[in-house]
Design a protein around this ligand. Structure first.
Ligand code: 5AD
Ligand code: SF4
Length: 440
């Protein structure tokens, strides 16, 4: 390997982004230097996602590019595609030497030793780990905001979802370990913490303290120096009223909840095995809407699940009207290996899925234009994330997770990482623009 250099590209969710931070830290601790392009690297890693077929195909198209001219390099496939496809990857892409799923990253050091010794078929595919990957080496990109894993894996069995197969059974991390990491981060100057897990709401402290998720967020938010705490992702079934109460009690817990609904039809929710009805879901929305603070609510929606009729789809559109989401992620159903939905009849044609997706997105766009416009004139505190030189604006993020870009009279100031009040002056479908203000 040329002077122990590596390149890593990450696909997929925040869990994967954070896993990559851990992988990068581990590699750096072993003397590897990160480079910006695969061409410059001796070790090329792809941390992959398999949530939808498109995401999975990306890694194979990347690998294809190096089929001929990558002989001097070592290639590794990490993450969800690695876990799902396992050793088959060696057959499909013979120039790959490492295939490892996220549950095996605690053994990454050993795997690197094997690669360095010339082994060209190294695997880490076991899911039977009890450890949550907690490394002293995590290399964090952002000096103000840090991810912390609190729970790994997922015990639900949503009929469309590959995650239980790629990330294994649920394992909560001890509250002691979470608190130690969060306190350490606060001492090093981080002010925002994002707690991560496939289903954070089912967090259950395995140590005798036995905190549930509401107890955990309340304590993390109370750590001196921590100004914002976010979490993702929630499962509506496990989203309890005590979580809303904890949020109400401490504004450090941000004004935002991402509560993936997937469909507005109870019939579709049942065949997805989501374990709640439309009414159950709306009860949770009601908790948020009648809470002491105003919370942004965002969601994920899948269109074209097998058996979804026009009427079911209309129920989803109707749910959008009812909830008035601040933002949403929408997807066409993509059949995934091993999942229950794979064998369901009544598949929706691709063009129909596309038609529904467009209608859904147009509806949501109109809702967002309206909701964002209502914020004009309001003053919100932003965490400054950086500067957009081209626009001459600072990039800010509100507690409710909106991008609020703003101008500041002192263009030479070093504002990144600071918390500032900003008045909203303009709005668009996806972001806000404003000017910094001095509040007395
Ligand atoms: N097809 C389409 N979308 C999916 N998601 C999960 N699995 C699939 C699938 N097979 C979506 C869900 C989930 C988000 C992360 O990805 O909406 O909440
Ligand atoms: Fe993709 Fe799910 Fe794996 Fe995240 S956990 S990388 S979304 S398949």
């Amino acid at each position: 390997m040329s002077g122990k250099t590596f390149y890593i590209e990450t696909f997929g969710c925040q869990m994967n982004v954070h896993d990559s931070e851990k992988v990068i830290g581990t590699l750096q601790a072993r003397g590897y230097r990160q480079v910006e392009t695969p061409e410059d690297a001796g070790l090329v890693l792809y941390n992959t996602c398999s949530i939808r077929d498109k995401a999975e195909q990306k890694v194979f198209s990347r690998l294809q590019q190096f089929k001929r001219n990558g002989r001097d390099k070592v290639f590794g496939v990490l993450g969800c595609v690695a876990q799902q496809e396992g050793e088959k990857i060696f057959d499909r892409a013979p120039h790959v030497s490492l295939v490892a799923g996220s549950a095996s990253y605690p053994r990454l050091g050993e795997m690197l030793v094997q690669l360095e010794a010339g082994n060209r078929r190294v695997t880490g595919l076991s899911l039977d780990t009890n450890e949550t990957f907690d490394t002293p080496f995590t290399r964090r990109d952002n000096p103000h905001r840090a991810y912390i894993t609190i729970i790994e894996g997922c015990d639900k069995s949503c009929a469309y979802c590959v995650v239980p197969f790629t990330r294994g059974p649920e394992r909560s991390r001890t509250s002691e370990s979470v608190m130690a990491e969060a306190t350490g981060l606060a001492k090093r100057g981080f002010t925002e913490i994002q707690l991560l897990g496939q289903n954070v709401n089912s967090y259950r402290d395995p140590s005798p303290a036995g905190w549930d998720f509401a107890g955990l967020i309340a304590r993390v938010a109370a750590i001196p120096g921590i100004r914002r705490v976010r979490y993702t992702t929630s499962h509506p079934r496990d989203f309890s009223k005590s979580i809303v109460d904890a949020m109400d009690a401490n504004p450090v817990l941000c004004d935002h909840v991402h509560l993936p609904v997937q469909s507005g039809s109870s019939k579709v929710l049942r065949s997805m095995d989501r374990l709640y009805t439309r009414e159950d879901y709306l009860r949770r929305i009601e908790w948020l809407k009648t809470a002491r603070r105003r919370y942004s609510i965002t969601t994920d929606i899948i269109v074209g699940f097998p058996g979804e009729t026009e009427r079911d789809f209309e129920e989803t559109l109707d749910l959008l009207d009812e909830v008035q989401y601040d933002s949403l992620f929408s997807f066409k159903y993509s059949p995934r290996p091993n999942t229950a939905a794979l064998s369901m009849g009544d598949r929706i044609p691709e063009e129909e899925k596309q038609r529904r997706l467009v209608i859904l997105q147009e509806k949501q766009r109109a809702i967002q234009i309206r909701r964002n416009a209502q914020m004009i004139g309001a003053i919100r505190e932003v965490l400054v994330e950086g500067r957009n030189q081209a626009l001459g604006q600072w990039i800010g993020r509100t507690s409710c997770n909106r991008t609020l870009n703003f101008t500041h009279p002192d263009s030479g100031a070093a504002l990144t990482g600071r918390y500032l009040p900003v008045r909203v002056t303009r709005s668009g479908p996806n972001s806000l623009v404003g000017e910094s203000v001095t509040v007395v």
